[in-house]
Design a protein around this ligand. Structure first.
Ligand SMILES: Nc1nc2c(ncn2[C@@H]2O[C@H](COP(=O)(O)OP(=O)(O)O)[C@@H](O)[C@H]2O)c(=O)[nH]1
Ligand SMILES: [Mg+2]
Length: 430
């Protein structure tokens, strides 16, 4: 339990009893007591004096046993002793307001908490360490130095020469290229942040549920020789190269008279529409029937991976495949190598097999991407003005706009509304 603020030590003294006084940054063993002095738990108190703390304020942490009852009673004792419960993200917000971290690092705290995959966690840690702030500050500094030169030339036209048009033009171009790279990473990084959605579709009995189980490495879905077994959409997730993949196993696509099966098929179609990548499974051992042909046909124009399954039983379907399925995989879901080939093909279709090294600075939220987009828009105007041979100082408002937009990322120019939006994402206690 963390207490932060000027009264942290006073409040701690009311709920923590020990023979020794609390010393800065030293763990002290003692009793957590309620308002009547009864012992709730025994544990450690850790006092950390401002400003070298996570929030920049005096902090006392009580380390108690992990029982919900002990936690609740300790919280009750703290509230009774004069503390108030923190709002979502309030500690991180105070840390930001006290200059302990910039806004991009604060957002990264929420991302670290939310990270569902190894890749996402690594990426969030990079921004937490200040990678994005450094990149953005570098760009802002470059633009600001041009602004200073321009301002000097405007204020003292006789003494300060106007900066050379070519140099300013080149610099604005360089800055824009850096921002362009950030936006590119943002788009590619969608998979790291959100994971990839994958829908397994195909005719009944093709082996879709068997493939889901093979990808997960567990018997998640019912596999049966009876066609039409899977009726609801089953959602699970697994990882490829550290990227979270949300996979949907669906009912076999075929014409059916059964009302329940038909609504399952309807759900399957919706899952297919919403998925980034389709994983099409057909029985490759026998000649393709109308259902198999239809699903191959209907998914041809989208990102997909095709597996001609049941190769152990024959290859009639695979051998007779059309041009559109030339690069389809063939094998059996019972063969680990074939399942690995499916994983690799999904990565290729999903994120082009690009290695997603997000240890480098990257935009981590739509808010940040929007700020960069607005900065780029302003810079585009500036470049048009420069290219048209207009006076160089006409680009001052555009450069100001770009610097301000970028400032929203690190919090140098964030409004209260922006802060509310960011910190409402947090859970309480962070
Ligand atoms: N021989 C063979 N049988 C398979 C293969 N894949 C799935 N099956 C069998 O085909 C039947 C239907 O599989 P299932 O995964 O339920 O198909 P779904 O309807 O597409 O989900 C089951 O009896 C599976 O054991 C395969 O590669 N080879
Ligand atoms: Mg199934």
């Amino acid at each position: 339990m963390r207490c932060s603020g000027a009264d942290a030590r006073t409040i701690a003294a009311r709920v923590f009893r020990s023979g020794e006084a609390l010393r800065d940054r030293v763990a002290t063993y003692g009793e957590i007591i309620d308002v009547d002095g009864a012992v709730i738990d025994r544990g450690l108190a850790l006092a950390m004096d401002a400003p070298r703390t996570v929030t920049g304020e005096d902090v006392v942490e009580l380390h108690v046993h992990g029982s919900p009852v002990v936690a609740r009673e300790t919280l009750r004792a703290l509230l009774h002793a004069g503390a108030r419960a923190a709002g979502p993200g309030e500690f991180t917000r105070r840390a930001f307001l006290n200059g302990k971290l910039d806004l991009s690092a604060a957002e990264a705290v929420a991302d670290v908490i939310d990270a569902e995959s190894r890749a996402a966690a690594r990426a969030a840690q990079a921004n937490l360490a200040g990678a994005l702030r450094d990149a953005v500050d570098g760009v802002r500094a470059a633009l600001s130095s041009v602004l200073e030169e321009l301002a000097g030339a405007i204020d003292y036209p006789d003494e300060v020469p106007e900066p050379a048009r070519e140099r300013v033009h080149a610099l604005v171009g360089e800055v824009d290229a850096k921002l362009d790279a950030l936006i590119g990473d943002w788009e590619r990084g969608r998979f790291v942040r959100e994971g990839l959605s994958l829908a397994i579709v195909g005719p009944p009995n093709a082996g879709k549920s068997s493939l889901l189980n093979a990808l997960l490495g567990e018997e998640r879905a019912i596999v049966s020789a009876t066609p039409g077994t899977t009726r609801d959409v089953i959602e699970e997730s697994f990882a490829i190269d550290g990227v979270a993949v949300r996979v949907l196993d669906t009912a076999g696509l075929r014409a059916s008279d059964d009302a329940i099966e038909r609504s399952g098929i309807e759900r399957a179609r919706r899952a297919l529409d919403g998925a980034a990548v389709a994983l099409v499974v057909v029985d490759g051992s026998q000649a393709l029937d109308a259902d198999a042909r239809a699903v191959l046909e209907n998914t041809r124009s989208r990102a997909r991976v095709v597996l001609f399954n049941k190769r152990d039983l024959g290859a009639a379907g695979y051998d007779a495949r059309d041009d559109g399925e030339r690069d389809a995989l063939s094998g059996t879901v019972f063969d680990g190598a074939a399942v690995d080939a499916v994983r690799r093909a999904v990565a290729a279709a999903g994120w082009h097999g690009e290695s997603l090294d997000f240890a480098r600075p990257h935009l981590a939220s739509a808010r940040q991407a929007d700020a960069v987009a607005r900065a780029r828009e302003a810079l585009a105007h500036a470049r048009v003005t420069l290219a048209a041979g207009e006076p160089v100082d006409l680009i001052v408002p555009e450069l100001f706009a770009a610097v301000a937009a970028l400032g929203e990322i690190t919090g140098a120019a964030a409004t209260e509304a922006v802060l509310d939006g960011i910190f409402s994402r947090f859970c309480i206690g962070k």
